[in-house]
Design a protein around this ligand. Structure first.
Ligand SMILES: *[C@@H]1O[C@H](CO)[C@@H](O)[C@H](O)[C@H]1NC(C)=O
Length: 493
């Protein structure tokens, strides 16, 4: 009986000490399921290796090749139509935007803070839960320590009784009492020294968390205020417009900015950002990441329609372009099927390094084919992840990370090649965004945005490399600072 209670007391103490240690890092509430320690972070992770008895890997059948051949564009005329730089007429279009509306037209202007607000609100509830839990545990602990204190008091009384008995009965119980005294001393010491300080520590952790939550609440309130009114920002839209950015360039639109384009005469025009300087311009920005302000962990419908901010407010009705966005799979498909199209992927790390990957042919099939991807003709400095997969992997493992020929997957629509039909094997659920996942990736431009670059398994929600990864440049455990994808009708220069 004695020794069981003593054991329980020691156990309680251990639990208490352990809890304090674990909760020093209470900021880490996003980590979700913890992955066992020990994995070195240099390990490539993009693939899902075949395990004994697990479903095997069969390379998927290839889809149609990318649209190739001569497009409708000839070499650019040497003397482009003259529009004096800086004197392009600008038509100011008032542009209403809002935080609660998805930017269907891709032109809604909204402070990126609105997205931030949503993210914060999401995290807030997590923290709240954690604090509640912690509070319950602290209460529990206080209660049990009270029980232990009562127990010690009982024991002290018991000891006194025993001492009396000893006086009466001489040596018969000396041995037993000696043991009792020893235990009493031990437990009393534990209770006097260990418990209060541990509980104090826990309480201070709790207090710090409460303060943090208050700060977050203040920040959210400020954001809410800012987002209450639909943001009314005017972004000048140049008068010059066209089918896409190359068309606009040839019509004299030489500034890199937001333009109105109308690639299909049967579909409404929409706004997009044109890069008219890189490699002689004509690039239509279909994807942009630069500050983590937009959530890319989205549904199929969002990826189909497009989301994010082509332009965003920087206060005082000032407008800045481009923001973070995904143009939308329907639009990307429609644009790349009009004729041969090239794609340029540019990226930057957190110390100023820049690389690019370019494919001379890039086609995305329509929704009926789940936006199947086809590329060819690589050049660049970033590494050919789309066609070759991750250089760090070998054999089947590398084949699993090739993106060419893959269909698009989102967390609510699984078209990847990781045991199709098994709902527990979905790349998009684990790797953070919608993408042309295979089993799973060597490039993950729509992954989670990690500030600062290096991240670890334990920081990732599912222990997978869910960052904005380009394995053939920085490996699995480095999330890039910026990434973008631009397309242009292909023409021989
Ligand atoms: C594939 O990856 C797994 C684990 O990552 C490894 O054990 C296996 O040897 C790899 N296979 C090849 C062919 O490299």
């Amino acid at each position: 009986m004695m020794s069981t209670r003593r054991f329980a007391a020691v156990l309680l103490l251990c639990a208490c000490v352990h809890m304090t240690q674990a909760d020093i890092e209470y900021d880490d509430y996003e980590a979700g399921e913890k992955v066992p320690e020990g994995g070195t972070e240099v390990d490539p992770r993009g693939h899902r290796p075949v395990s004994r008895g697990g479903g095997g890997y069969t390379a998927p059948r290839q889809g149609p090749p990318p649209v190739s051949g001569r497009g409708s564009y000839r070499v650019r005329p040497t003397a482009a139509p003259l529009v004096p730089k800086g004197e392009q007429e600008k038509d100011v279009q008032p542009d209403a935007g809002g935080c609660t509306h998805a930017s269907v037209q891709m032109g809604l202007l909204c402070p990126t803070g609105c997205e931030l607000k949503t993210a914060l609100l999401k995290q807030e509830s997590n923290v709240r839960r954690e604090v509640q839990k912690l509070k319950r545990e602290v209460d529990e602990l206080s209660r049990s320590s009270n029980t232990v204190v009562t127990y010690v008091v009982d024991m002290s009384n018991n000891l006194r009784e025993r001492q009396q008995v000893r006086n009466e009965n001489g040596n018969t119980v000396t041995e037993y009492t000696g043991e009792l005294e020893e235990q009493h001393a031990y437990v009393k010491e534990v209770v006097d020294s260990g418990f209060p300080s541990n509980i104090r520590l826990l309480q201070s952790v709790l207090e710090k968390m409460r303060q943090k939550i208050q700060k977050v609440e203040k920040a959210i309130l400020a954001q809410r205020d800012e987002c209450k009114e639909p943001c009314s920002v005017s972004c000048p839209i140049p008068v010059v417009s066209g089918k896409e950015c190359e068309d606009i360039f040839r019509r004299g639109g030489r500034d890199s900015q937001m333009y109105l384009i109308k690639p299909d005469s049967f579909l409404p025009a929409y706004k997009t950002f044109c890069d008219q300087t890189t490699q002689n311009g004509g690039w239509l920005l279909i994807h942009n990441r630069m500050d983590g302000s937009v959530d890319f962990g989205r549904r199929w419908d969002d990826y189909r329609r497009g989301f994010g901010n082509v332009a965003f407010s920087v206060g005082k009705s000032q407008c800045q372009t481009p923001g973070e966005y995904w143009l939308g799979n329907d639009r990307i498909s429609q644009l790349t099927k009009m004729g041969p199209t090239e794609v340029l992927l540019e990226m930057q790390d957190w110390s100023g390094g820049k690389v690019f990957a370019q494919y001379r042919q890039f086609t995305v099939q329509g929704e009926a084919s789940n936006y199947q991807l086809a590329v060819s003709g690589y050049s660049g400095t970033a590494g050919n992840t789309f066609l070759d997969g991750a250089n760090e992997l070998f054999g089947e493992n590398r084949t699993m990370t090739i993106h060419n020929g893959m269909m698009f997957s989102t967390y609510d629509r699984d078209n990847d090649n990781w045991i199709p039909g098994d709902p527990t094997k979905q790349c998009s659920r684990e790797d953070g965004g919608g993408w042309w996942y295979n089993r799973c990736h060597s490039a993950n431009p729509n992954g989670r945005y990690y500030w600062g670059g290096a991240y670890t398994r334990n920081m990732a929600k599912h222990g997978t490399d869910d960052g904005m990864v380009w394995m053939n440049w920085k490996g699995s455990w480095y999330s890039l600072k910026t990434m973008s994808m631009k397309i242009r009708p292909f023409f021989e220069e």
